[in-house]
Design a protein around this ligand. Structure first.
Ligand SMILES: [Zn+2]
Length: 344
């Protein structure tokens, strides 16, 4: 299997494993199994972060991606058997209206349902286009014959149960990838592909390389648990690049972030990544992300003394039904591969 095929296969596998922030056991099980199969010795911290050294010596670099995603949690069971949800991560409620979901109970059962407007039947309530979507106006209706709170509770569903959103992953013949949770499962697939390239001898490491898959990124403290990696000099948060408005990046490019909501990235590192893209003919854009924070910020706030950067494939409609392109992912792979191979 060539690296692009492997990368897309891994992306589909990752998006197919529900992992809203706080429920990342199954997706990190997959990472541990795959990295072990490739011959590495990954470990999972008590928090759930997966850390894997790919080998190499000197000038340690940490490449991170996050495998937790947006989702929801059961906030309340209503008298009519419908569910009120609360957000996991930040998104507009209109982005989940009419989405199919799964409720994951504490004892391991799974029930399907849908996020509907509480006035969903157009022939009954008429147009609701002017109504602001919120967790008060939208609700989860289960695909079960339950019409009372007691009946829902009898299924084993309780307040605090996780709710995952159907990713609806589609890869088109033209190379576009449409799916929820490309943030940041696309980058996670890129890092797994780098690991496979190293394991199978097609990439030789010119420095010590850690790949790290964080959890809880969507609520802000993903990489704040990495203080144990005291030898790291450089960190790249490999994460979705922003696309839209006056930003220049497209889904087919690698986005290099110069500044996000937390401030500027290390200027020398941004310059270095640009130089690497030029050298390797990687199509890239440097942009400012107006409303964004990355795991690099979390790592810095936890006290890591490192150079830090953020880059990744352009992702349109972020925190909604997202869209990227195989070219953007392959470009990201080429860039992080070059970082792993050559110290600049
Ligand atoms: Zn992200």
């Amino acid at each position: 299997m060539d690296k692009q095929t492997y990368m897309i296969e891994q992306l589909k596998t990752l998006t197919g494993i529900p992992s809203p922030t706080g429920m990342t056991g199954a997706v990190t099980d997959h990472l541990l199994a795959e990295l072990t199969r490739l011959g590495f010795q990954p470990e999972r911290t008590p928090k759930g972060t997966v850390i894997c050294c790919l080998g190499g010596e000197g000038h340690p670099v940490l490449l991170s991606a996050h495998v937790d995603t947006l989702g929801a949690m059961v906030r309340a069971i209503k008298g009519n058997g419908h569910l009120r949800y609360t957000h996991l991560g930040g998104y507009d409620d209109n982005n989940i209206e009419n989405e199919n979901i799964l409720v994951h109970t504490a004892d391991g059962k799974t029930y399907s349902g849908t996020v509907y407007s509480s006035k969903a039947s157009a022939h009954v309530w008429g147009s609701q286009s002017a109504t602001l979507r919120s967790d008060e106006f939208l609700e989860v209706i289960l695909d079960e014959d339950v019409h009372t709170k007691a009946a829902v509770e009898a299924l084993g569903i309780a307040v605090g149960d996780f709710i995952s959103l159907d990713p609806r992953t589609v890869v088109t013949g033209s190379g576009y990838i449409k799916s929820r949770h490309l943030d940041d499962k696309a980058s996670s697939a890129v890092l797994l592909t780098l690991a496979r390239e190293v394991a199978e001898g097609r990439v030789t490491l010119g420095r010590k390389v850690y790949i790290v898959f964080t959890v809880y990124e969507e609520v802000g403290h993903g990489a704040s648990a990495l203080g144990k990696l005291t030898d790291v000099e450089d960190m790249i948060a490999v994460d979705m690049g922003c696309v839209g408005d006056d930003l220049t990046c497209t889904e087919q490019q690698v986005s290099i972030c110069a500044k996000d909501s937390g401030g500027p990235y290390d200027a020398s590192f941004v310059k270095e990544l640009v130089a690497r893209c030029k050298e390797k003919n990687v199509d890239y854009a440097v942009d400012i992300y107006p409303s964004y924070g990355s795991d690099a910020g979390a790592a810095l706030r936890s006290g890591m003394e490192i150079r830090f950067a953020c880059c990744g494939q352009g992702v349109f409609a972020s925190h909604g039904y997202e869209r990227t392109h195989v070219k953007g992912m392959m470009g990201t792979l080429a860039l992080v591969t070059n970082v792993a191979e050559v110290v600049k």
